[in-house]
Write a protein that binds this ligand. Structure first.
Ligand code: PLP
Length: 494
């Protein structure tokens, strides 16, 4: 019979109040399988209405009995995560009344945010008062643009110039013709992918890598070729990169050399040089995502030269930038820096993609760059992320002493081993205990990194403490094999 867990089981009295366990028994195989499928659907890693393999097929693939798969499917059907029709098979579903999963991206609704700590997104709230100031500045500059039709597929000329000037100031001479403004870094990577990669072509990626880009590349029908990151913050294993680029000759390689998401690694000057050399020799376009580059949290760490400095012309190295981490993701402003002919082709492809980027937001970023507000806001960001990192790290060390990680010098993410426990089960159990974390496999190719979760530097103080105690409670439950029954509404799964 279900009973409330006491604090001695959960370490978090609040978590205890919202969880019940059916004894402390082992999870049956069918339940474990059903939980995995449910988590995949909730995280959006398997879309709703995706057809699942027939029971016999899945049983053979997993090396389990058909009875186990049948029982798991039945459990999922009862919970509303599966629909089946005789003769037509089974496909994933969401329980009635639950919003569709959006890979955990939407901010939680206010009534849920009070009880659930969302560690799903590595993004901070706007650095006020700079957002308000920038928007006011943008509105003042709007009238001449308002008299045009408003479509600028390459971006507003003034913003292209300002972004080019910023690269020039970083030591890479850049013309505005080398810049295209996009809808966030994601818009930039999508445009690059449309231009360079055909269905079925290979793209080399770090393993682990930024989950949404991996999914974008999968959706585009590319074949991902993972290259393992070194242990700790060592990052890029250059012999492995050289071998992969030589043997697989991928059309494109996508790397996050600056405070990599999720590991936080920072590529050294030498690693950058060798990466560019290897890509050049293989004829691979190196796409370098600098979204996190400005979030250097430890002053004593010298920023390496931008990868683009090794190919200022921009035909071998295509750089992606974004306002999302330096300033605010809500602006949805990103950009590409590349050779002018690449930019022209990217712009031409835009007419049948998203046409352009909103004018007011571009003006706001232009205003920030012109007034020095950008640099002041970045300083606020860095201070906030540094404080969050230090407090989160301390809380995790206190409550989860066997979780292992290397503390990154920048970025917004802590990539942590979960003490030999399944990251997916911790994510699943954590969600029910009021803490939402993405599990390791979201950042891998083909289900790698089951023993990891990613924690973002978005909370501090009492919230970081509470997040760590809830995660510790989740880890205890997973370790004990207890079956958890949710008492919280599912509506926060967005
Ligand atoms: C490496 C990396 N690239 C791209 C993005 C998404 O950027 P944007 O919001 O500009 O689309 C993120 C966000 O977490 C990121 O970490």
């Amino acid at each position: 019979m279900a009973r409330l867990l006491g604090p001695e089981h959960t370490r978090d009295a609040e978590a205890a109040a919202i969880v019940s366990v059916t004894g402390a028994r082992r999870v049956p195989a069918y339940r474990s399988l059903a939980d995995r499928v449910r988590l995949l659907v909730l995280e959006g890693r398997v879309p709703v209405a995706a057809r699942l393999p027939a029971e016999r097929e899945l049983a053979a693939a997993l090396g389990v009995s058909r009875t186990t798969v049948a029982a798991a499917y039945e459990a999922l059907r009862q919970e509303g995560f599966l629909e089946s029709r005789r003769g037509s098979g089974s496909w994933t579903a969401m329980p009635a009344g639950s919003p569709l999963p959006t890979r955990g991206l939407d901010p939680l609704p206010p009534e849920v945010a009070r009880s659930v700590i969302d560690l799903g997104c590595a993004a901070l709230p706007a650095p006020e008062p700079w957002l308000t100031r920038a928007m006011r500045g943008a509105l003042e500059e709007l009238p001449p643009y308002a008299r045009t039709h408003g479509d600028y597929p390459a971006g507003l000329p003034a913003l292209r110039q300002a972004l080019a000037d910023r690269y020039t100031a970083r030591g890479i001479p850049t013309m505005p013709e080398q810049i295209m403004v996009t809808t966030g870094a994601m818009g930039a990577v999508a445009a690059i992918c449309r231009l360079f990669v055909r269905h079925g072509e290979r793209v080399a990626v770090e393993s682990p890598s930024y989950t949404n880009v991996l999914q974008l590349l999968r959706d585009a029908g590319t074949r991902l070729v993972p290259v393992a990151m070194g242990p700790g913050l060592a990052g890029w294993d250059l012999p492995a990169w050289r071998q992969t680029l030589r043997e697989a000759a991928p059309r494109v390689a996508y790397v996050v050399a600056d405070f990599h998401n999720p590991t936080g690694s920072l590529a050294t000057d030498e690693q950058r040089r060798q990466l560019v050399d290897a890509a050049r020799s293989a004829g691979t376009v190196l796409v370098v995502d600098e979204t996190m580059a400005e979030l250097r949290l430890d002053d004593e760490v010298e920023p390496p030269r931008p990868v683009a400095a090794l190919d200022p012309g921009g035909s071998a190295v295509v750089t992606v930038g974004s306002a999302s981490k330096s300033f605010w993701a809500g602006l949805r402003i990103g950009w590409v820096r590349a050779a002018p002919d690449i930019i022209r082709s990217l712009v031409a492809g835009r007419a049948y993609a998203d046409m352009g980027t909103p004018v007011v937001e571009q003006l706001a970023v232009g205003w920030l760059l012109a007034t020095g507000g950008w640099d002041e806001a970045v300083e606020l960001r860095r201070a906030q992320a540094r404080e969050n990192r230090d407090e989160l790290v301390a809380a995790v060390r206190r409550h989860l002493p066997d979780w292992e990680f290397a503390v990154p010098h920048g970025g917004l993410t802590l990539w942590t081993r979960t003490g030999g426990l399944s990251g997916s089960r911790i994510a699943e159990t954590g969600e029910r205990l009021g803490v939402r974390v993405p599990s390791g496999p979201r950042f891998g190719v083909d289900g790698a990194f089951e023993g990891y979760v990613r924690l973002p530097f978005t909370v501090a103080g009492a919230v970081a403490e509470k997040a760590a105690t809830r995660l510790a409670a989740a880890a205890d439950l997973v370790a004990s094999g207890a079956v958890v029954e949710a008492q919280v509404p599912r509506s926060y799964v967005a």
